[in-house]
Ligand binder design. Structure first.
Ligand SMILES: NC(=O)c1ccc[n+]([C@@H]2O[C@H](COP(=O)([O-])OP(=O)(O)OC[C@H]3O[C@@H](n4cnc5c(N)ncnc54)[C@H](OP(=O)(O)O)[C@@H]3O)[C@@H](O)[C@H]2O)c1
Length: 320
């Protein structure tokens, strides 16, 4: 039965908790405000921050009340254009990371988005593949090229190189002309090498800092002690950027003259446009390792929370 035009299906939560708090519900279809568009969502990407927020962490502090619709990454079709939007038209295929770090509301058949958070979808990707890109690839881009200012010829250690952020970061750093070392478990070694890593260090077989030294830059994507342990692998004057919170141990950083930063991703349509060009030229490719229907958002979260995702997990909402 077609959805009545004033409502839509969405995966909502009415309280914080385990994945089972996600439920499929019929709710009001949103209307675009000035500067916004309405997107008919074909696919929505899953990110670890979605699960953290569902548990009351992540971006929960910026939510305005229940029910909450999680999700930031969308790929879809423009279904309506709000006042003052001149760069998108009805039926344009778009992708983007909506409203991060506010409530994104991407796990739904329709989502409104500031036009400035979207770009035209890469023509060579399916909607499911396109929805895998925005948050993870923008994070990788901003970490490597803004936070680390990575240069050709430098060596960079990328942690969790097989994950959502890592698998884009390895490709982007390799494309830049950097030498990439990635950490991953043995099952992902060939995958990470195929993305452009020169070396893969199996972090399950011993401390990574015993196998790596003197690198110019480190991208930290794993929370906990990996952040501080990573200081040991940098050359004097090296740089580290963390996307999993600040790094302690200022003493070591000062003694070695290190530059340490932490980053939170921001929507950036210009970078999405550049990513789409690289993707359409075949130079960057998202890997989608699992696809779930909207009604199984809880199962998608459970899988994400194993911490073993290769590439990305995506909700296929209306991918035809
Ligand atoms: N600050 C920001 O703006 C921002 C943006 C994006 C993400 N993040 C955060 O960054 C983290 C990573 O995000 P993501 O999307 O890349 O996660 P993800 O896709 O869930 O990462 C899964 C990967 O992590 C690897 N892994 C797990 N433990 C590891 C370890 N100790 N050493 C090396 N690799 C390990 C796994 O590899 P194996 O299967 O081979 O073990 C798996 O491929 C999350 O905490 C996320 O919330 C922050």
């Amino acid at each position: 039965m077609p959805t009545p035009s004033s409502t839509m299906k969405a995966a909502t939560i009415h309280r914080y908790g385990d994945p089972d708090v996600l439920q499929l519900e019929e709710i009001a279809r949103p209307k675009p405000a000035a500067g916004e568009v309405l997107v008919r969502v074909q696919a929505a990407g899953i990110n670890p921050v979605d699960g953290k927020t569902r548990r009351g962490q992540g971006i929960a502090g910026s939510l305005k009340g229940f029910p909450v619709v999680l999700g930031f990454d969308v790929a879809g079709i423009i279904a309506a254009v709000g006042p003052g939007v001149h760069d998108f038209f009805l039926d344009d295929p778009v992708y983007g990371m909506i409203r991060f770090p506010e409530e994104g509301r991407a796990y739904a058949q329709y989502a409104t988005a500031p036009a400035a958070h979207l770009a035209r979808s890469p023509a060579s990707l399916t909607p499911v593949e396109a929805a895998a890109v925005p948050l993870a690839a923008l994070t990788a881009w901003q970490a490597l090229f803004e936070g680390l200012d990575l240069q050709a010829g430098e060596t960079v250690l990328i942690h969790a190189a097989a994950g959502g952020v890592g698998h884009f970061a390895v490709q982007l750093a390799h494309l830049k002309g950097a030498r990439v070392i990635g950490t991953a478990s043995a099952a992902n070694e060939d995958f990470v090498r195929g993305l452009g890593a020169e070396r893969v260090v199996d972090y399950t077989q011993g401390p990574f800092e015993a196998a790596v030294e003197g690198v110019d830059a480190v991208l930290v994507t794993v929370a906990g002690e990996v952040r501080e342990r990573s200081l040991a692998v940098l050359r004097p004057g090296g740089r580290l950027i963390s996307i999993v919170g600040p790094v302690a141990n200022a003493g070591v950083a000062k003694a070695k003259g290190l530059r340490i930063g932490a980053l939170r991703v921001r929507p950036e349509a210009g970078q999405l446009r550049q990513l789409a060009e690289l993707i359409d030229r075949g130079e960057v490719k998202p890997t989608v390792s699992a696809v779930f229907p909207l009604a199984e958002a809880a199962a998608a979260h459970r899988l994400s929370e194993t911490g073993k995702t290769r590439g990305k997990i995506v909700l296929a909402i209306d991918p035809a």
